[in-house]
Write a protein of this length. Structure first.
Length: 428
């Protein structure tokens, strides 16, 4: 009875499918620019109908950097977002002030117009914060640990100046001392010096503070107030008593997991791609940055003296990293097995097998119909593909090895399947 109940719990948990996090690829002002574009062109397009890019500027007046004859402008610095929409052979330039009160069309150029070829040393840093515009050469914007609606605090030994605008030259309206808690209202805004700014509220004090610059953080997400240890493990008996004790705050995606030795890893959202590693929940996490979004994860054997974590990526790759504290991060294994972002991974308890899935699987059979939504089994020691498990008709959403070495999988096709990992045959 208990064994059956355990399998039922596993199946029930695997049917809880996380919603895809909505990527925050551009500031909200892009909607104002798009509305004016549609008005000017007589179209009714959405962002996915266009190729678009954006950057952040600081204009010297209300022309937002594109003055026109016969117009008069208010002088003063204006934080401005510039959006370039490519449509029907033309590039349309729109500017929007940060407060969204000023939206301007700034011209159209043909995509056939000659452009200069960028030099190799002008390539932007791929590790720079994606919520910020493309940085100038030599600048990389720090990965953000905040999002609107979260809380932060000033660490011991620090103080943060609060400014009227997101710039080091802006007037100071106050200062927050060590231990002060604040609410994140809006942001981020990224300046030409490499600072990442957030609009905050601390009591009655409102303004902008810098989260950090380069590799240095000036402020931290507010940690849990209550100690999150010493509580009984979750079971069917105490399930009705589950209640929130406290919360961790950060720029997380919707993927988070505890290891059996009480470490927590959360995947970062846009602007914080990579993994947040909490060796101790009361301390600031380690951030393992990634140049592309990570999509899912699983942990290695708890009996090992190494902290091994398995990650699936947006590029269809699977990465096994050694994240042992106080040691250099080592990528033990990299496997490119899928044509789509990895949707699920699992790591066998003895460390011998990895399972992964994500759209079309790359196999020697090379059968598009059969290999779509197939699960791949990898031998960790030889770094070789062992088996392809075929049968699911839609995206695989969960994978888990059982104690006998078999594998359970769940899918958006509404099925949960049980696999023999020695033969690749589906069990019944």
């Amino acid at each position: 009875m208990l064994k059956s109940l355990r399998y039922l719990c596993i199946i029930a948990l695997m049917f809880i499918v996380s919603l895809m996090a909505s990527g925050q690829g551009a500031p909200e002002q892009i909607q104002d620019a798009l509305a004016l574009f549609n008005q000017d062109t007589g179209q009714n397009l959405v962002l996915t109908d266009l190729y678009w890019t954006w950057e952040q500027l600081t204009a010297t007046d209300s022309s937002l950097g594109c003055p026109k004859d016969g117009e008069f402008y208010t002088q003063g610095q204006v934080v401005t977002y510039r959006f370039l929409f490519t449509y029907d052979g033309n590039i349309y330039d729109y500017r929007v002030s940060a407060d969204r009160s000023n939206v301007r069309a700034c011209g159209v150029t043909s995509t056939d117009a000659p452009t200069s070829t960028p030099s190799a040393d002008s390539t932007p840093d791929p590790r720079s914060n994606r919520l910020c515009p493309t940085p100038a050469v030599g600048i990389s914007y720090i990965r953000t640990r905040f999002a609107p609606g979260l809380q932060g605090f000033i660490p011991e030994g620090n103080a943060s100046r609060v400014r009227v605008d997101p710039a080091t030259t802006a007037a100071q309206v106050g200062e927050l001392g060590a231990g002060t808690v604040f609410d994140i209202i809006a942001g981020p805004t990224c300046d030409a010096e490499g600072y990442v700014w957030w609009q905050i509220l601390a009591g009655s004090l409102s303004g902008w503070i810098a989260e950090g610059q380069g590799s240095e953080y000036f402020v931290e997400p507010l940690p849990p107030a209550a100690p999150l240890t010493g509580y009984p493990a979750l079971s069917l008996d105490n399930l009705p008593l589950v209640a929130e004790l406290d919360k961790l705050q950060g720029n997380f995606s919707r993927k988070v997991a505890f290891s059996l030795d009480s470490k927590l890893v959360a995947l970062g959202d846009t602007g914080s791609e990579g993994a947040w590693i909490y060796d101790n929940l009361s301390e600031a996490p380690r951030l393992l940055p990634s140049t592309l979004p990570l999509t899912t994860m699983a942990f290695g054997s708890p009996g090992s003296d190494k902290f091994l974590a398995l990650f699936g990526g947006e590029d269809g790759g699977i990465r096994l990293w050694d994240l042992t504290l106080d040691e250099p991060v080592v990528e033990r294994v990299y496997l490119l097995g899928h044509d789509d972002p990895v949707s699920a991974v699992a790591y066998k308890g003895d460390g011998s097998l990895i399972a992964s899935s994500g759209g079309l699987a790359y196999t020697t059979q090379n059968d598009l119909a059969a290999d779509t939504n197939a699960i791949l089994l990898w031998d960790v020691n030889t770094v070789a593909l062992k088996l392809a498990l075929r049968g699911h008709l839609a995206d695989v959403t969960g994978l888990a090895f059982l104690s006998d070495g078999s594998l359970v999988s769940s899918s958006l096709d509404g099925s949960v399947r049980w696999w023999d990992t020695t033969t690749g045959v589906e069990r019944t």
